[in-house]
Design a protein around this ligand. Structure first.
Ligand code: 5AD
Ligand code: SF4
Length: 432
């Protein structure tokens, strides 16, 4: 989500006549796109902004702007201004499209420009992003979130869920395909509730079906799905289209029903497992990835072990694992029974170990087989091209010609973690 927002910021800056500078010292403007989902992301942002004090003093005319969800947090913009009076522009998640105007306003005045909105209803921002992840392209389908998971700050800083009109999404995807993009990732905090405000014009399964029905050779991914809204209809659409990657990112957060209830997730472990069972009945062995939080207030050792056993039972292909981070203003931050840091740290180490075991096991299943890779990049250090297969495994290989942006077939010789290594083979040797 944030990567795509940064692409939009780059688009606005380009419109303002700025180019891209790699060394910070040479920049005329530095824009921070902050994240506040966990405390360490926020600390990072504060550290990086603070580190610019000297450069700002030395370089007359340098503009520093701070945006992203941190500025939308209650009291954070004021704190930012107090701590870093040298920041020129503060903007938020609801007025990203105004950044150009704010830059011009700041150029015309000495005073800092602070502009934050509570909520914006429009879903079309008219920004032409500078896309940085060819051959992949991110496409927003919803903004904001209505779920209020008790640990999460997103609904407070990004507002209520707004769906883009399906026709706007489809026309963006069509033009991306015409421009040669080969992988489209539909983005929303909870894609399954797309059109809950009636503004999309169709349901998420219908939208996904329509996106995958666009002509051309490309892949479709989507994130994030919420288990409370996952449906057989959606699973059937995934199965129907070869273009839709057989991979589901479905954040479970915890394996314990008591913790799930405290988290306000509105599903049980059993419902979660039955959903992925339904998916795998339609698409055998469909890889499922997830997000997991350890150390939620009052989580006991036994409840944590239920998360560990969920990793085994659900057979997750991989997982993003997080230590619970209290966020001011959320319900969980007020709960009694916050877990000591050393307990959470020990739990996350055990969780990561379990996840790694799963990761290795899935990667090993590719060894000796062929898999289709969309080549994304070249790794200078390894001297190898790389790209992902539909299950999200990163494949590395040698190639005489530059295949970035092409689908290639890899004969996998060995696996290491989420990485696969092998040789390219001709299409007619492929098993697909
Ligand atoms: N602490 C830890 N992890 C969090 N996430 C969201 N809020 C918090 C928090 N306060 C995680 C969830 C979510 C992912 C994007 O970030 O797992 O799915
Ligand atoms: Fe946060 Fe829950 Fe919304 Fe995800 S679904 S953004 S975890 S409130």
């Amino acid at each position: 989500m944030n990567v795509h927002e940064s692409e939009k910021i780059a688009g606005i800056l380009r419109g303002e006549g700025y180019g891209e500078e790699s060394p910070l010292e040479e920049a005329d403007i530095i824009v921070f796109n902050t994240c506040c989902i966990r405390e360490n992301a926020e600390n990072h942002a504060f550290g990086n902004i603070g580190a610019l004090k000297k450069l700002k003093r030395e370089k007359k005319g340098l503009l520093i702007a701070v945006g992203g969800c941190m500025t939308q947090e209650a009291g954070k913009a004021e704190l930012l201004r107090k701590k870093f009076p040298f920041v020129d522009i503060v903007f938020g998640t609801h007025n990203l499209s105004e950044l150009g105007r704010l830059i011009e306003k700041k150029r015309a005045q000495r005073k800092a420009v602070v502009s934050l909105l509570n909520e914006r209803q429009e879903t079309e921002d008219g920004i032409e992003p500078v896309r940085t992840s060819y051959p992949n392209a991110w496409v927003n389908i919803t903004y904001g979130c209505n779920n209020f998971c008790s640990y999460c700050i997103v609904p407070y800083v990004r507002g209520r869920e707004r769906s883009r009109r399906a026709e706007d999404v489809l026309s963006e995807v069509r033009s991306l395909i015409e421009d040669g993009y080969k992988e489209i990732t539909l983005l929303g905090q909870n894609v399954n509730s797309y059109n809950s405000d009636g503004r999309g014009g169709m349901s998420f399964p219908e939208l996904l079906d329509a996106v995958a029905s666009i002509e051309g050779k490309f892949r479709v991914r989507f994130m994030t799905s919420h288990p409370k809204d996952f449906s057989e209809e959606l699973a059937r659409v995934i199965k129907k289209h070869d273009k839709i990657c057989n991979l589901l990112h479905l954040p479970a957060q915890s394996g314990s029903n008591r913790i799930l209830q405290l988290m306000n997730r509105r599903y049980t472990r059993e419902k979660y497992l039955s959903e992925i069972g339904m998916l795998r009945a339609l698409i055998p062995d469909c890889p499922v990835t997830t997000d997991l939080i350890v150390g939620f207030p009052t989580e006991t050792e036994e409840e944590f072990e239920e998360t560990l056993s969920l990793v085994r039972e659900a057979n997750f292909a991989s997982a993003f694992t997080f230590v619970y981070s209290p966020r001011t203003g959320t319900r969980a931050a007020e709960m009694e029974g916050q877990i000591p840091e050393e307990v959470s740290k020990e739990r996350i180490m055990r969780l990561v170990e379990q996840v790694n075991e799963n990761t290795r096991a899935l990667s090993a299943t590719f060894v000796g087989k062929t898999t289709e890779i969309l080549c994304e990049d070249y790794d200078d250090k390894k001297g190898l091209y790389l790209g992902r297969n539909e299950a999200g495994r990163m494949g590395y290989f040698k190639c005489d010609e530059n295949p970035i942006g092409e689908f290639v077939t890899l004969k996998v010789e060995r696996a290491n973690g989420v990485s696969l290594f092998g040789e390219l083979c001709r299409g007619d040797e492929s098993e697909r």
